[in-house]
Design a protein around this ligand. Structure first.
Ligand SMILES: Nc1ncnc2c1ncn2[C@@H]1O[C@H](COP(=O)(O)OP(=O)(O)OP(=O)(O)O)[C@@H](O)[C@H]1O
Ligand SMILES: [Mg+2]
Length: 254
């Protein structure tokens, strides 16, 4: 279980998170929505301690992540798979080297063991046999799936997906949504998905929360969200405020 308590974060005097409270249960598929720039990626990065809060704290399985030492932090990180917005693959490395990256840091496995794990995860995401390709040879959807294979390589308890379907055609996006559901059911992982895409939300979410002005302003099922009479929530689901919501170019990959 992840408990986020009263999280505050500002950048250069600009408040992004202003008291976020959120509990994520084991096995849940939680989707976080919100307008571009509202702090969704910033929130995810706090959960894996890539960013530290100005105020508030996060408990992972009842352990406050700010208080753990370097060694325990390492163990804690191991429990998280992160599919970065934009996939964030290294172009100079092969698919297999990209997927194996977390293993160099976290394990002392032999080359054969690594090769086996990499192949297993590639099959799991529906891309068997592409170990030796370079990211430049892959389509956008394939890159996302390779990023996902990398997120899965250490068999995490929690997987975080930052905009997994952005920039994909509708069929590929639907495939990724199916994969998220399949992984959550087969591996019993807890999934935290950030997206703009209401179609994805409908397919993936057990529960959806909306981040707005630095706080969670809605939590409930997709149906409840669609029926919400809160003006901001309603505008978001119908996208009638100022046209369809487009993601802004990605500037912060890590
Ligand atoms: N490392 C950083 N340094 C300074 N400002 C940052 C940093 N990371 C994020 N921000 C700012 O925090 C705000 C929230 O950014 P964030 O990336 O979390 O938005 P988002 O909700 O994920 O948006 P999008 O849907 O476009 O991905 C933005 O104004 C962004 O410019
Ligand atoms: Mg983002």
């Amino acid at each position: 279980m992840i408990e986020i308590k009263n999280l505050h974060k500002s950048f250069g005097g600009k408040a992004v998170l202003r008291g976020v409270n959120l509990t994520i249960q084991d096995g849940e598929r939680l989707v976080i929505v919100g307008r571009s720039g509202c702090g969704k990626s910033v929130l995810l990065k706090h959960i894996i301690n890539l960013l530290q809060p100005d105020e508030g704290y996060i408990l992972v399985d009842e352990i406050p992540i700010r208080k753990v030492g370097q060694k325990d932090l390492f163990q804690l990180r191991r429990q998280f798979g992160f599919l970065f917005q934009g996939a964030a693959l290294f172009d100079s490395m092969t698919v297999s080297e990209n997927i194996a990256l977390p293993l160099n840091e976290h394990t002392k496995w032999s080359k054969t063991e690594i090769a086996e794990k990499v192949s297993e995860k590639l099959s799991l995401v529906g891309l068997p046999g592409i170990e030796d390709l370079k990211p430049s040879e892959l389509s956008g959807g394939m890159k996302k799936r390779v990023g996902l294979a990398r997120a899965l390589i250490l068999e995490p308890k929690y997987i975080m997906y930052d905009e997994p379907t952005t920039g994909l055609d509708p069929i590929m996006a639907a495939n990724i949504d199916k994969l998220i559901v399949k992984l959550s059911e087969h591996l019993q992982v807890t999934s935290i998905v950030v997206t703009h895409d209401m179609q994805s939300v409908e397919k993936v979410a057990d529960r959806v929360v909306m981040l707005h002005n630095g706080r969670i302003i809605f939590s409930g099922t997709v149906d409840e969200m669609n029926r919400s009479d809160d003006e901001v929530v309603h505008q978001f689901v119908t996208a009638d405020a100022d046209g369809p919501i487009q993601p802004k170019p990605q500037k912060y990959l890590t």
